[in-house]
Structures are given as C-alpha cells and as structure tokens.
Design a binder for this molecule. Sequence first.
Ligand SMILES: [Zn+2]
Length: 334
Amino acid sequence: MQAVRWTGSRVSPQELPTPSPSSDEVLVRVRRVGLSGLDVARLMGAAGAGGVLPGHEIAGEVADLGREVHGWSVGDRVTVNRLCACGHCLYCGLGRPTLCDQRQEIGLDRDGGLAEYVVVPARNLYQLPDNADWALAASVDPLASALPAVNRASIMFEDTVVILGAGAMGLYSAQLARLAGPQRLVVLGREAARLAAAREWAAAVVDVAAEDGLAAVQRLSGGQGADVVIEASGSPASVAEAVSLAGRTGRVALLGAYAQPSPMPAGELGQRGISLYGTWGYSPDEFLQALALLMGGHVRHQPIVTHTLPLDEVEHALALMVNREAIKVHLVPA
Ligand SMILES: [Zn+2]
C-alpha cells in the first residue's frame, strides 16, 4: 500500500506492506484523512521522525476483520476514535480515557491513517450515518478535540468569550461557543482568510498582527476582560496571553497538549480569581457528540477544510499548512 512518512530529508509516499488486523482489530481502507498540526510537526521531522505513520483524522471503509470481531462487515463506512485506552482502569471507568495509563494514540503511538489502509482496534470504530460524506467523517476527531475545552468553560448567556487562535481548532471552538449563546464572542487570530471564516460565528474578530489583543479585548468588553478564554492556538507562548485576557472570575480553558513549557502569570490567577482548565483529547461520549453536531448541521466543517488533495501530493499539502494558505487539508488515498 501507499503510505506517507518522513524519510530523513523529505516527506514522500512510499510502498509498504498492507498490515493485517489481529483478532480484535479491523483493517480500514482510508477514504479521507485530515492533516493536523501535530501531523505537520511530525512530518517536518520535528517529533518522532521515521517510526510510526502519522494521521488520526480518519474516515474510511472496513476492508478486513480480525477473527474475534463481531458486529462489523466489510464495506461498513466508519470514522475512527484515535484514543486507545484499557477500558477497565479507574479513569476509563470514570469516562476519562485520556487519563488512562495504558493510553495509546493512533497516528502517534501506533500507525495512523496517512496511508491507503490502517489497522485499528474494533472498539475505536464508529458507524457513519448513510448521508455522512467523507469530509464530514474525517472532521469528527478535530471537532471532538475542541469539545472538552468549551464544555469545561461552562459558557453562560452574559459571558464575553474570547477564542485565541483562528486555525481549525479555534474555528471549531468558536462554533461550539456560539451554540452556548454568549453575549459576546470574539476571535483573536492572524490571516485574512481565517478571520473571514471566524466572522461567520464571532461578533468581533481581531487581527493581532494589526492590533494588540489585550487592548482589543478590554475595548470590546467595556474594560472588564473576558469571562471565558479558550486557548486554541496550541502555542505555549499564548497560555500567558490567555490568562492576561481573562477578567475577574474568568475561566481559561487550554485546548491541547503543549509541546514546550509555558510561562504562567501565577499572580494574575490569584489576583483576579481566575480558574484554569487543562483539556486534551476526548471521551467516547464527546466523539459521538461531535458526530451528532456535524450531522445536525450545528457545526460546519466546510469553511475549515479549505483543500482536498490526493495522498501523493502530501508535500504540497504540507507547504499549504506551513505557509498558512490552508486552514485544514484533507488527503484522499488512491
Ligand atoms: Zn484505562
């Protein structure tokens, strides 16, 4: 099969043996796979070069079944939960599989879907409704990843909500925050195309290349600061900025696993009574909630998936992401 990995100097599709599912696994023929920021970092050789195939925003069809897999048939259309957890520890029992000691991620700890085929545990599959297209199906994972941050921030009607970042995670967060009906929704970001997309849901967008973000939030909130800040840029440097944007009793939710340590304005947390929530990944419930939100048209993936390319044009796809010409690229294996 064709698969994509970093070869030491460049990213290129190469021929690898098609994997076989073990007894409790399923072979999925990949129809669509989204490139995440983490995939881009790994494909550029920044993290875990070589080894495991990246790609965790996966949609496809069941192509083969392990002998102990029941309830699935060849040809079933599926999307894939990227988190593999033990299913029986304390945290799995509490519905928090991201905290499981045995946790593995598809595309990080085991081969992912930047390939024609991927093997995944059968329990990670979710059946797609008949009218779900592949682009929607591959968008469930990133939307589900944004859900815990927005949920934990407990947005209320009178709130001023600020989303930091107008990439895919910021735009999904903005749509989710909008569903909660806050008084004021503000997106801070860069690049005209991304801010134009954000304007669909936000009452105000701020181009932080042209205007100081803190001054803009103070102006838009009548000097009160934000009640809720969702840090969706993934940049460690933005964590301190997220705290600085929050007003008294503000809630700051961090979305994602930050690659480097972040400076923390701890004094501001105490002085303004700010609560800080760390979130990462999603639970099976949140994955299903994301699928339902997309299927119901409550959240839209179309303005976020800006480019769809064949898998063998992965180098072009990476350039589009790195140069920020694309918000999200989907790849289609042959
Ligand atoms: Zn567990």
